[in-house]
Design a protein around this ligand. Sequence first.
Ligand code: UD1
Ligand code: UDP
Length: 393
Amino acid sequence: MPVVMPIYGTRPEAIKMAPIVAALKKSDVLDCFVTVTGQHRSMLDQVNNLFGIEPDHDLNIFEPGQTLNSILARTIDGLEKLFNVNRPDAVIVQGDTTTSTAAAMAAFYHGIPVVHVEAGLRSGDPHSPFPEEGNRKITSQLASLHLAPTEGSRQNLLAENINPASIVVTGNTVVDALLATVEKNVPFKDPELEDLADSGRRILLVTTHRRENQGEGMQGIGRALARIAAAEPNLSIVLPAHANPLVREAVLPHLDGLANVLVTEPLEYGEFTRLLSLAHIILTDSGGVQEEAPSLGVPVLVMRENTERPEAVEAGVVKLIGTGEDRIVYEVNRVLHDRDYFDSMSKAINPYGDGFAARRTLDAISRFFIQTSPQNVADINLPASELPKNTDN
Ligand code: UD1
Ligand code: UDP
């Protein structure tokens, strides 16, 4: 059987790869060898533990103060050594982190086919998100199979002359992960959060970590949150802080001692999805949260100037608001107090997937092997798929 190697290193990759790993482990046509880089350490391990994934190989590249180039170099060096003794028939990389692009490069240099999950997202601005827009464009040049979450992302790839036969629209596996996790209604370990959930108070859930927002952008976010907290005593602001010390140093001093602000450590994914579903409004610069919240019908204000995920913006449930302090205060105020506006943003829609993306992913990879190396896969006998062809159906 062909061996495929999922390679991932950060929290969002782990969440989006987990449904694929689960499907691979059950597959009787593909073998799976999970490699993690450890670009994130605690936040990666948290997700693997939750989904019961024990990596077969761990490059353990994490070091405090790591830079983009050190992540790239340590990943490529680690994979070079691994591929020399353990060469898979294909690698799977996810999204746009430096782990994913470094892994795609290392595999490409070894002549190993690259499967790119969540292919074709484009903001059109190489500096935002940085370096993710550049990363995913590089990966698109190296991949043999492009798994696009939406028809829009397929169109972006076609516009860059990617071979149409190598693109499959699968939906985003984040929806598979979300739907499987949120229904568990996981209890919060932090008693303050559990009390808050019981209280029925309105929650403004905030996450921020984007590199291009660090510095002045995050100072503005911190000041805006402090103003909202003071003006809205009946609102509770919850900020699960990213592990990055640069994020904490910029935002947290503004929130010190505010009674209706709760800052937590990064929440385990089950707890976080429950908090997403309980939130009244979500204020974020996260990519994954933009994809998850629309499924739950919670309005999302995105603290960025642009997005590579336009589908939910076009549907009116996600709004781009930038990182300006006054604008954040204004926009939160509007969603809080304009009932019609709130209702218009609270529709539950699923532009990014239907929960079957992992199965389409496996289907596409199996077909890829049949087309490219039929001699190796004579034993692949694909069952007739019961799935719709893509998420547009
Ligand atoms: C990375 C990805 C970004 C993704 C984000 C998800 C790149 C270039 N960026 O950004 O696309 O949106 O992950 O969160 O790949 N840290 C810890 N423990 C952890 C994780 C992070 O201490 O488990 C701290 C470290 O000090 C580290 C810093 O956070 O140096 C930044 O981590 P890094 O992986 O370099 O970048 P992110 O900003 O997390
Ligand atoms: N998430 C989590 N715990 C948290 C914050 C976020 O499990 O405390 C999840 C969230 O549900 C989403 C993913 O982490 O699936 C997003 O990660 P992040 O915002 O760090 O990265 P991005 O998606 O922007 O690349």
